[in-house]
Design a protein around this ligand. Structure first.
Ligand SMILES: O=C(O)CCC(=O)C(=O)O
Ligand SMILES: [Fe+2]
Length: 246
């Protein structure tokens, strides 16, 4: 590959010039809704909003990140060897303020992921509508690369402060409503956010960061190990990602 071709590929990334794909399925509608109903029942009493890395210890999440339908799409983007770097369950309860500010998924204090070797998947367990706080994205925003970021100014107390980009997002916002059972794939650099849920039902989504070998440019030792979900290329590098320079 010539220098120029490589540069162009790095800028546009594995999802192309828009940096987002919205036609991906991970489960039949009914199965996704049934899982959402179980999670809503489990978390309603405490109004739990965030569960970190449920794929490590909860069977439903371990199964979700291995969805055959989803992995077919992820493999088409990343190649045969795929591991889960992180998962993040977000429940937006009706009538409760919870805005996720503009951010990029592939960089924070603990990680930096090579956008050419990683992809973020946002899986809808309930219908995500504009009213219930679906994702808003800025197509093409990934082409500007990783941007400076810092903690958001205000937040709900139990949640902590989320990272947000410290520059004004530029470009045309696109709201991405998705039905339960469908997913959005995003370039790790794509700017996105979500607003509060003003509908009368809970909105449930799982964010998954998928990586191919060599994707972890920086990863804190406190991060859990990568979980291989596809391919045979992981056996020789079981700790890949805990090392800072592979
Ligand atoms: O579920 C949401 O509304 C957004 C979640 C998100 O962007 C993330 O977990 O990185
Ligand atoms: Fe995100």
């Amino acid at each position: 590959m010539s220098e120029l071709t490589h540069h162009a590929r790095t800028v546009t990334g594995p999802l192309g010039h828009r940096g987002v794909r919205t036609t991906v399925e991970w489960a039949p509608l009914g199965a996704a809704r049934a899982r959402a109903a179980a999670l809503i029942a489990e978390h309603r009493a405490h109004q739990t909003e965030i569960v970190r890395n449920p794929h490590l210890d909860q069977e439903w999440a371990a199964a979700m990140v291995r969805s055959r339908l989803l992995l077919a799409s992820v493999r088409a983007v990343l190649g045969p060897d795929v591991a889960v770097e992180n998962t993040f369950l977000v429940v937006k309860w009706p009538g409760r303020a919870f805005e996720v500010p503009w951010h990029q998924d592939g960089i924070d204090a603990r990680i930096e992921l090579d956008p050419a070797r990683s992809v973020a998947a946002w899986l809808a367990l309930t219908d995500a509508t504009v009213a219930s706080g679906c994702l808003d994205v800025i197509p093409g925003s990934h082409q500007a690369g990783y941007l400076p970021y810092g903690p958001e100014a205000v937040t709900g107390q139990a949640r902590g402060r989320a990272d947000t980009v410290s520059v004004e997002p530029e470009g045309q916002l696109l709201s991405v409503p998705v039905h339960a059972g469908r997913a959005v794939l995003m370039d790790m650099r794509l700017l996105h956010r979500s607003r509060s849920n003003t509908s009368d039902g809970a909105r449930v989504g799982l964010n998954v960061r998928y990586v191919a070998p060599g994707a972890c440019l920086r990863r804190d030792p406190t991060c859990p190990s990568l979980v291989p979900v596809s391919g045979t290329g992981w056996s020789s590098t079981p700790q890949e990602g805990r090392e800072s320079s592979t």
